[in-house]
Write a protein of this length. Structure first.
Length: 231
């Protein structure tokens, strides 16, 4: 029993990948004596140098920015901050790409189930969220709230309250890393494309087309992932 408990504790203590990458970037800054105000290698080159994906590196750089180690300047690069390196990197929760991977798997199936069992009232609730997103496009806070309501309305349309709790949990895990990633890398193109994406999901659910709803939700979340991870 002791061996099992120790193994479980070891697994639970395993650091997240973006934290490991962030620590490697910190060591590189120190080892290569990259001083305050100096620019790090380009993201593509740095990912190749560290043998990590662009997505993992991007999460790591955002974590380092939150920790006051680097500053990410859109269109310019990543620079070492004008202050001593802190002793540790904050660990705000699951990385954005972990959350997106979970959402692609879970929400695609939730959309398919909703398409099978949604009532007219459920479809109307999803429609109201879509229309609110369209009305509030220029108001980022209201638009984000309507986006959340859209995904929760789909979960409620399944009739399974556990699915609603799962979606709430996934959205609540969109912490400081997620919001900083959106700040730096979300494009207006993605914001505009989200509206027809949501319409396609709604149409498939209203047509009671599970395969179509699954595909539309997965395609939408894959689009978000590509936007946040590409150069």
């Amino acid at each position: 029993m002791k061996k099992t408990s120790a193994a479980t504790a070891s697994t639970a203590a395993e650091p997240r990948l973006y934290r490991v990458v962030a620590e490697r970037v910190q060591r590189m800054i120190q080892d290569e004596q990259i001083g305050p105000g100096e620019r790090l290698p380009a993201e593509r080159d740095l990912a190749a140098k560290l043998s990590v994906s662009r997505a993992s590196l991007r999460e790591a750089l955002i974590a380092l920015e939150l920790g006051g180690v680097v500053e990410v300047r859109g269109g310019s690069g990543v620079y070492v901050c004008e202050q001593p390196l802190p002793a540790d990197v904050p660990e705000p929760g699951p990385g954005p790409f972990e959350v997106l991977a979970a959402r692609r798997l879970i929400e695609s199936e939730i959309a398919a189930i909703a398409a099978k069992v949604a009532t007219g009232a459920h479809v109307d609730a999803i429609l109201r969220a879509v229309e609110e997103m369209e009305r509030s496009h220029e108001d980022r806070t209201s638009n984000e709230h309507a986006d959340r309501n859209f995904h929760l309305a789909i979960a409620r349309a399944t009739g399974n309250t556990a699915f609603v709790s799962v979606i709430e949990c996934l959205w609540n895990n969109r912490g400081s890393l997620w919001h900083k990633l959106k700040e730096h890398y979300q494009t207006e193109e993605l914001r505009l494309q989200t509206l027809p994406d949501h319409r396609k999901i709604l149409e498939a659910i209203a047509a009671h087309d599970p395969a179509g709803a699954r595909h539309a939700m997965r395609s939408h979340l894959e689009r978000v992932t590509r936007t946040f991870s590409r150069g």
